[in-house]
Design a protein around this ligand. Structure first.
Ligand code: ATP
Ligand code: ZN
Length: 226
């Protein structure tokens, strides 16, 4: 049981690609925060909405555990951890509330430039390096392809050159990293962008109202942008 809180707590990335755009979007919704000394927690001034600055990978778990009420995280992270939970027969604990229009990228399969791509069956018997094992495994199963998933936490794009794998499954935005490593994208598993995430179950009344207020302001802020 989580203790009753009358303030809303939003987890965002502490540093990285989504950190600044997430803060800017929340600021454009009229939120402001007192300068914090510990640089982990930002106390909301204009509204009772606080920020927790964390690694993006921790955000779904913080929502699942009720430590945070909402989070701003890449759909890729949310879907990976959701698929992992599903594969372990655990109940969905978080879900995407809405897309936020920044941090766009794709989770792609990429193969060496020299391959003449014929389709997913070409991956049969191959090793595929990724940081997204649950999403890749789910996709391979759906494609009926028998490939080995090689889990790497970073620098996935150099795995083929190092002889660790024949192909990779990684996030791609411009494709520059792929071509620098003599790889080419051949198929997309997931279109991703930053999303507002929250618990699968409804929040309690006080925090639910704050979350609704924030979502109405996000609607307005995103409408002006696009
Ligand atoms: P953390 O230290 O928080 O774990 P990280 O290194 O996992 O950071 P970043 O590289 O900052 O994360 O990426 C955060 C998110 O930005 C990704 O999960 C993804 O949703 C999005 N993104 C957009 N374009 C790209 C890209 N080209 N490569 C990687 N991530 C991208
Ligand atoms: Zn991360």
């Amino acid at each position: 049981n989580t203790p009753v809180r009358d303030r809303l707590r939003i987890a965002i990335q502490k540093s990285g690609r989504l950190a600044e755009p997430a803060r800017a979007l929340l600021a454009s919704c009229g939120l402001s925060w007192r300068e914090s000394r510990d640089r982990l927690f930002c106390y909301g001034e204009s509204l009772p909405i606080d920020l927790l600055l964390v690694r993006d990978d921790d955000i779904p778990g913080l929502i699942a555990d009720g430590v945070c009420d909402l989070g701003i995280v890449g759909r890729n992270v949310l879907e990976e951890q959701g698929s992992e939970r599903a594969s372990l027969d655990r109940a969905p604990a978080f879900r995407e509330y809405r897309a936020l229009g920044f941090g766009g990228c794709r989770l792609d399969i990429a193969v060496p430039d020299g391959w003449d791509w014929q389709g997913p069956q070409q991956l049969d018997g191959k090793r595929i390096a990724t940081s997204y094992p649950a999403l890749l495994s789910r996709w391979l199963k759906a494609q009926n392809v028998d490939a080995q998933v090689v889990l790497l936490s970073g620098s996935v794009e150099i795995a083929p050159r190092l002889g660790q794998a024949e192909a990779i499954c990684d996030l791609v935005s411009s494709g520059a990293t792929l071509s620098a490593n003599q790889l080419k994208p051949v198929t997309t598993l997931l279109q991703s962008e930053a999303v507002l995430a929250g618990p699968a179950d409804a929040l309690d009344a006080t925090r639910g109202e704050l979350a609704d207020l924030l979502q109405r302001r996000l609607d307005g802020a995103l409408r002006i942008r696009h």
